[in-house]
Design a binder for this molecule. Structure first.
Ligand code: B12
Ligand code: SF4
Length: 457
């Protein structure tokens, strides 16, 4: 939202922000906000529609509906949704609320086009990425992507960055957008586009400096996969090094296990990278192919090795219960984790089936519909668990990983190993005590209320 807001400011539009993240009582905050001024246009960002975790299956849609209803009741301005959560399921969100417009995908250029039409002809078909209604039918305008070099240098001063940093433990920064892979469950290509578009390294470097000058020195990349393509990741690292930021900032990234060279690991370390999360999903070769992954178990072992050689801690993210999962694939995955010894392993059971993903379109065709789990509520998140493993997978996973504290689970009952970042009192406590970094790394270092050893700073 800050990126979109800065583009509006550059185009000389007046802008006010209501940040509901800090409001104890959103209803009251909304009423007060709209009492102060009237607005022609109200943009709402929806980052998360749900927590993407089968064990909790928490949906945020009813709150989103309530908040958008309250906003509608308090303004005559035109309301437009946007955000990555919205972009994963725009039509469902419009049907659930009575908001008439939304921009899926990136918002900086499209929102400006929308404003031009709002002020002039209201020819909605001209606005890239717009979702709107015509004669009772929902229309999704063609998705367009823009050259990210056209973005302004982001000052990052619209929101209270210091407050977000203090209570969030790290700050997001994007170096590229979109992903050209087709992992069967992934909503990133749906929401962000299926080509990779890169930001010029100087743009990223200046943005990092602007944040650093506000006292922010710990970051997480917001790219789908930071290392794709590798040449661009290296240029970003060089930029950080050449600006003299490497010794001053720490940063973490999501990366894909292939391609990932020791050269890149060395360069990332030199540029201040202090942890990488690889979403590896599974450790069985057949399962990796079924998931649409192009690497092999040996590549997973290799990345852990090269990261450790360069003193970079590693988190591997696993997802059990995908179509084709079996007792043997689970066993092989756990064996690979033991062999490769990452610093932490996130073990999630159940695949969140987001609309318009490959898995969503294959359910009922070549993937068993029996594995589909949905509660009675039509807006409840839908998950898939391979029927042949679902009767024993939870108990067996517990058995296999017992007493091994490298495993983190999406399980609120195991507070000390819970890595659902959406609902995690342990994480909140650690950040309150001054821990910074990627959340898995904070959870790794934080030994609980009684022990402050290993504190990041
Ligand atoms: C980095 C990241 C994280 C980091 C964040 C680090 C940080 N400091 O920022 C961490 C690891 C902490 C994280 C945690 C979680 N994440 Co996350 N995360 C991402 C990721 C990769 C990037 C998000 C981002 O900031 N993008 C960069 C910005 C610039 O893009 P953007 O927000 O989309 O904004 C653009 C457009 O959407 C649009 N736009 C945005 N707002 C608006 C508003 C208007 C009016 C308009 C017109 C346009 C517009 O314009 C913007 C610029 O182009 C996304 C996937 C992705 N590739 O986007 C997942 C993603 C957002 N995460 C997801 C989830 C589920 C979570 C967790 C809930 C997981 C969990 N249970 O622990 C938590 C929730 C944390 C929280 N409290 O919010 C899901 C959400 C899916 C959904 N439908 O809800 C995503 C989409 C991943 C996925 N494919 O499933 N995450
Ligand atoms: S899981 Fe990673 S590599 Fe696969 S489509 Fe999603 S972002 Fe791309």
């Amino acid at each position: 939202l800050e990126y979109v807001g800065e583009c509006l400011q550059r185009a000389n539009h007046d802008l006010d922000i209501l940040d509901l993240c800090w409001q104890e009582n959103p209803k009251f905050a909304i009423e007060n906000f709209f009492k102060e001024s009237s607005y022609d246009l109200v943009g709402i960002t929806l980052r998360n529609t749900d927590d993407c975790a089968f064990s909790s299956s928490q949906s945020f849609l009813s709150e989103i509906k309530e908040i958008s209803n309250q906003i509608q009741a308090n303004t005559d301005g035109c309301i437009v949704f946007g955000g990555v959560g919205y972009s994963t399921m725009p039509i469902l969100i419009h049907k659930m609320t009575s908001v008439k417009f939304g921009i899926r995908g990136e918002g900086e250029f499209a929102f400006l086009q929308f404003i031009r039409e709002l002020e002039n002809d209201r020819e909605w078909s001209r606005v890239a990425n717009l979702v709107w209604q015509s004669n009772g039918k929902w229309i999704k305008n063609k998705k367009e992507t823009f050259d990210l070099a056209m973005l302004p240098i982001m000052k990052r001063n619209i929101f209270d960055s210091q407050k977000f940093f203090k209570f969030g433990g790290q700050m997001g920064i994007e170096t590229k957008r979109g992903c050209d892979r087709s992992c069967i469950y992934c909503a990133d290509p749906v929401a962000k586009g299926n080509t990779i578009r890169m930001r010029p390294p100087t743009q990223v470097g200046e943005e990092l400096e602007n944040l650093y000058s506000q006292g922010i020195d710990c970051f997480h990349t917001c790219d789908s996969e930071f290392n794709q393509p590798e040449w661009h990741s290296k240029e970003i690292c060089n930029e950080i090094i050449n600006r003299g930021l490497a010794g001053k900032i720490q940063w973490y990234a999501y990366c894909s296990p292939k391609p990932f060279t020791s050269d890149l690991a060395r360069q990332m370390k030199k540029a201040g990278c202090c942890g990488i999360n690889f979403g590896v999903d599974n450790g069985d070769e057949t399962m990796l192919a079924k998931l649409g992954r192009s690497y092999k178990p040996s590549d997973i072992q290799h990345v852990v090795h090269v990261c450790h050689q360069n003193d970079i801690p590693v988190m591997l993210d696993l997802m059990f219960g995908a179509p084709g999962e079996s007792r043997s694939s689970i066993q092989k995955t756990i064996e690979l984790m033991d062999k490769s010894s990452p610093d932490r392993v996130g073990a999630a059971v159940g695949v969140r089936v987001y609309p318009n993903t490959n898995i969503a379109s294959r359910i009922g065709k070549d993937i068993s519909i029996d594995g589909l789990i949905q509660q009675d509520n039509p807006y409840a998140p839908v998950f898939y668990i391979e029927p042949s493993v679902s009767p024993f997978i939870f108990e067996w996973m517990t058995e296999l990983t017992r007493d091994d504290d490298k495993y983190l689970f999406f399980n609120p009952e195991k507070a000390e190993q819970n890595y659902n970042y959406n609902d995690n009192s342990r994480l909140v406590e650690a950040i309150g005590k001054g821990y910074k970094g990627a959340y898995w790394d904070i959870l790794r270092k934080f030994k609980g209320s009684v022990d402050n050893a290993g504190k990041n700073r």
